[in-house]
Design a protein around this ligand. Structure first.
Ligand code: WT7
Length: 669
């Protein structure tokens, strides 16, 4: 029965064409059949340079390129010799072509009035955006920021966050956006690594009716760096009136931009100039700064956004990606991939269930959202909160539904399609990474037959394969490494300040005849139709609510507390988060492994990293189970955390894992 349901989904999805595209006669580029996709995909792989050169014709260049691609593994130069500016292509170009009055960004703030209506709403046209971005860009310049200086952005989801990113892009100052949920320590780590001279922040941000003091975290970060702090100035936007104290290096956003000129021409940048840095977790060490550059990233994000979501300007579309700009999803599919397509992008400041679990659906209804893009963890939460919430709103505007961040369970997929997509909207399950810049595996709506749980087929220009370490392609339905065999325009260009880590992490796992392939760090397989199924990470990275965390990062945070001698962190199944965090901790002598210590340690991890890294479960053990060679038996810990191995706790609060360890030793690899 269940299979039949899925079969009918397959059929419907195959023929579905979003109504808006039809209304305008279906633009010729719209991919509306699998054959059309196959043909174009083949072109993009057989002759990537011709393919991307053609795409590039749709963008603005101050100077055209000498070569489309120079590939010297693992270094790619796309559109070398050209000059362009991402901000120009996002903003100025729309103004120049006579669309300056169209909405570029639609924003809703979190707070609501007594009647439940939002109190803060803003729509910025391209013209207004151009003015705001230019003023801020001039304000940055007046603080001494010039091309190549890395600017840190630590803000809530307000329009000024997008304005800040664009202002940096405008003057060629790479930005490093830090998610507003990260702690002071996390800011210090990132600002220190990037040697960032300037931080843009808010006094506070709204989170479920309360103020999160962002500026205070910035102050604490700077203070903790002491004389090593590279920060020369901080620009503070007043969002919450929480009275954040101002220091000598601080200045007020409104004052500075108010005094600045609205005339700031876009810097003519080289294709390979750095556009931004974004820190992400790996299996070892501190988070690494993923480097993205200008031209290739711009082309790829705008092109993938267009095809994956069927973006058609002038058809009353409104695109909403619910991610935070602090993650790559927000960079690529709120800001950079959206604006060049001239479809308004919606930004929302709050969370999905404040003040009610219907908030997201009210927003869809209010702004007639046509493309809705969220994470499986959110979908599972919506399911739990009840069908009455989406049912209370008019969701008929939705044309395409997207998911991202982790594999989606078929149950959540079906619910999403039926309760949010009226049983007709195609779902695009987009697989990609901070490192890939944009979608690398995804269905195209109305063209690719979909199967719940599969992210289906490669994006144009992505030579994706399931390989072994020697680069041999795995047989149908046999698992292997998620590999990309050729460079693509938005691929990362490096790990900031750490060339070796770039090579070791991505280019040293798979190689064929001496040619390294990109190894994504995921296990995957392809089915009989060629669809990809992602089967989890190959490294010690866990995916918590669609956010990547290194288990070692959480372990380091735990052992930095005086009460902890040793800690091991593994992922465990979690109903909503997909993967939860389980920590096994050996307390130091004199410390009691009790509920109080659990609370203390959870709070400590939040201080060291951020609330998203708080362990869901902490268990105390007198010693961590280890193999004879001294390796922590992670597989055993995962089984215990998942409840597959039951250990009856004795009267003491400490578990003795050594016995189970002896029994399991032969199973550990
Ligand atoms: C890792 C990348 C890319 C934006 C959000 C996460 C997992 C991502 C999917 C998907 C299965 C997915 C992978 C990947 N992942 N999307 N559709 N299906 N797994 O970005 O923090 O860089 O994490 O997220 O494991 O490697 P990120």
């Amino acid at each position: 029965m269940a299979d039949q349901g899925i079969e009918s989904v397959l059929q419907e999805t195959r023929v579905f064409i979003p109504p808006s595209a039809k209304d305008v006669g279906g633009p010729e580029w719209l991919i509306s059949s699998l054959d059309q996709y196959n043909e174009m995909y083949k072109e993009s792989i057989d002759n990537p340079e011709a393919f991307w050169a053609k795409v590039a014709e749709d963008f603005h260049w101050f100077k055209k390129w000498d070569t489309v691609l120079e590939w010297n593994a693992p270094d790619a130069k796309w559109f070398n010799g050209a000059k362009t500016n991402v901000c120009y292509n996002c903003v100025d170009r729309q103004v120049e072509s006579g669309h300056g009055d169209q909405p570029a960004i639609i924003w809703e703030g979190e707070p609501v009035g007594d009647n439940g209506s939002p109190v803060d709403q803003r729509t910025l046209s391209y013209k207004e955006l151009q003015t705001e971005v230019s003023k801020l860009a001039n304000a940055l310049k007046s603080k001494g920021i010039t091309k190549g200086d890395i600017v840190t952005i630590y803000m809530g989801m307000v329009p000024e966050l997008a304005i800040a990113m664009l202002a940096c892009a405008r003057i060629g100052a790479p930005h490093s956006v830090i998610f507003g949920g990260f702690s002071a320590q996390a800011i210090a780590d990132r600002v220190g690594d990037a040697k960032s001279k300037m931080i843009l922040t808010c006094d506070g941000s709204w989170r479920r009716g309360k103020v999160v003091e962002l500026k205070k975290n910035v102050d604490d970060a700077i203070e903790s760096m002491g004389n090593d702090s590279p920060v020369e100035s901080v620009l503070v936007l007043n969002r919450t009136n929480c009275g954040a104290p101002m220091h000598t290096i601080d200045s007020d956003w409104a004052t500075e931009t108010g005094a600045a000129s609205a005339d700031c021409p876009c810097e003519e940048l080289e294709s390979e100039d750095m556009l931004f840095l974004l820190y992400t977790s790996g299996s070892t060490g501190k988070p690494k700064g993923i480097v993205h550059t200008t031209a290739g990233y711009m082309l790829f994000t705008a092109t993938t956004a267009k095809y994956t979501f069927n973006l058609v300007p002038d058809t009353n579309q409104t695109f909403w990606c619910t991610a935070d700009c602090g993650w790559i999803t927000g960079h690529s599919y709120i800001v950079y991939g959206l604006l060049p397509n001239r479809v308004p992008t919606l930004m929302f400041e709050g969370g999905p269930d404040y003040p009610t679990p219907a908030r997201f659906w009210q927003i869809v209804d209010r702004y007639k959202v046509t493309q809705f893009y969220t994470a499986p963890t959110a979908i599972r939460a919506f399911m739990k909160w009840g069908d009455e919430h989406p049912a209370s709103c008019d969701l008929s505007s939705i044309q395409v539904l997207g998911t991202v961040g982790e594999p989606i369970n078929p149950e959540a997929w079906m619910w999403y399609r039926n309760k949010i997509g009226r049983g007709v909207c195609p779902i695009v399950d987009t697989y990609w990474q901070t490192e890939t810049g944009g979608h690398v595996l995804t269905p195209l709506p109305g063209a690719t037959p979909t199967k719940p749980g599969s992210c289906t087929l490669p994006m144009f220009g992505i030579d994706a394969a399931v390989c072994d370490e020697a680069g041999n392609v795995a047989k149908e339905n046999v698992g292997g490494l998620m590999t990309i065999r050729k460079p693509w325009p938005a691929m990362l260009r490096g790990v900031y300040g750490d060339r070796q880590r770039y090579i070791d992490t991505y280019w040293s796992t798979v190689a064929k005849d001496g040619e390294p392939y990109y190894a994504a760090g995921d296990n995957t397989r392809r089915d009989e139709l060629g669809n990809f199924w992602i089967m989890g990470r190959t490294d010690d990275v866990i995916n918590v609510s669609g956010h990547r965390l290194g288990t070692m990062e959480v372990e380091s945070a735990l052992v930095s507390h005086e009460s902890v001698v040793e800690a091991a962190v593994v992922g465990m199944p979690h109903e909503i988060k997909g993967t939860g965090i389980a920590a096994f901790v050996t307390p130091a002598p004199g410390f009691e492994g009790d509920d109080d210590l659990i609370k203390t340690l959870r709070a400590h991890v939040a201080t060291e990293i951020g609330a998203i890294a708080k362990p869901d479960m902490i268990r105390f053990t007198n010693a961590l189970p280890k193999t004879r060679s001294g390796k922590i038996m992670r597989r055993l810990l995962r089984s215990i955390a998942a409840g597959d191995i039951n250990i009856t706790q004795d009267m003491s609060t400490l578990e003795d894992l050594s016995v189970v360890a002896k029994l399991s030793e032969k199973d550990e690899g």
